[in-house]
Design a protein around this ligand. Structure first.
Ligand SMILES: O=C(O)C(=O)[C@H](O)CO
Ligand SMILES: [Mg+2]
Length: 265
């Protein structure tokens, strides 16, 4: 049965960020993820994880100036030194939280721009090597253009090709079921084909990005398929609750009892 990680950027937002850890644990989650921890001291996050027995499943490396629309620096040739500094910041939080994988966002650039492609390849290789020295995986996530118009990495095939070409043992795919359905469809076949390189999975309904089980995909089938494929990682719940986080947790009920804290990292 999948081990679900509550995404604290989108779920439990009825409370301040640092209070969401307690709420996730009370709801039966044993793992959490979020987009970014950088507004809070690493010790404060580490303390919440320890206090509530939660595993940190994932977070994103610094993305540049998010407020001004930046969504990562990896495909931006002139921003490599800033990316490198951001990776060091991310590693400080990784050490405090014990997270085992980090997501590197690509940034806003044309997917067919040769300079952006060269920059992205260099940044991905450098970052994977750097976080690998700390025993961590690096994950890359294709994101659909409806949610993030102009985002560089908008194709599962392109991500898979790069991961295959670089052949770095700790470089993996972040397979967001929601983005895959919007970008390509045929989600089960892609899960089967790409499973050997998948390092993290995320879920949300399509098209509304709400609770699993409320959209066009058979999410329970996909969760069972992850089991059939032997996926032992986390499934991040990266959805916007339709009408309150707790009120929408009916989908989680069949899985709650099996969320064993000590399994997986
Ligand atoms: O948008 C997503 O699906 C993500 O997982 C990222 O963290 C980027 O926002
Ligand atoms: Mg995602």
């Amino acid at each position: 049965m999948p081990r679900f990680a509550a995404n604290l950027t989108l779920m439990f937002t009825e409370r301040p960020f640092l209070d969401r850890f307690a709420a996730a644990a009370a709801a039966g989650f044993t793992a959490v993820e979020f987009l970014f921890p950088y507004d809070h001291p690493p010790e404060a996050i580490a303390e919440r994880l320890a206090r509530y027995g939660l595993t940190q499943a994932l977070f994103n490396l610094p993305p540049g100036d998010w407020a001004s629309g930046e969504r990562g620096l990896a495909a931006l040739p002139d921003r490599f030194p800033e990316l490198q500094a951001g990776v060091e910041t991310g590693l400080t939080y990784a050490e405090a939280t014990g997270v085992a994988r980090l997501h590197l966002m690509a940034g806003m650039a044309a997917a067919d721009d040769p300079e952006a492609r060269r920059a992205y390849r260099r940044a991905v290789a450098w970052t994977a090597e750097r976080v690998g020295r700390e025993g961590l995986d690096l994950v890359l996530e294709p994101i659909n253009a409806r949610n993030m118009p102009g985002y560089f990495l908008n194709d599962f095939g392109a991500a898979a090709r790069l991961i295959t070409e670089l052949a770095l043992p700790n470089l993996k795919l972040q397979f967001d079921l929601y983005h895959c359905q919007i970008l390509h469809g045929d989600v089960t076949t892609r899960l089967r084909d790409l499973m050997p390189m998948i390092g993290h999975v995320q879920t949300a309904s399509v098209p509304a990005r709400n609770e699993p089980g409320t959209g066009e995909m058979n999410d329970a089938f996909l969760f069972a398929e992850l089991d059939r494929l032997g996926y032992a990682g986390f499934v991040g719940c990266e959805y916007n609750p339709a009408a309150g986080t707790e009120a929408g947790l009916g989908w989680f009920e069949p899985y709650r009892a099996a969320q064993i804290g000590e399994v997986g990292r």
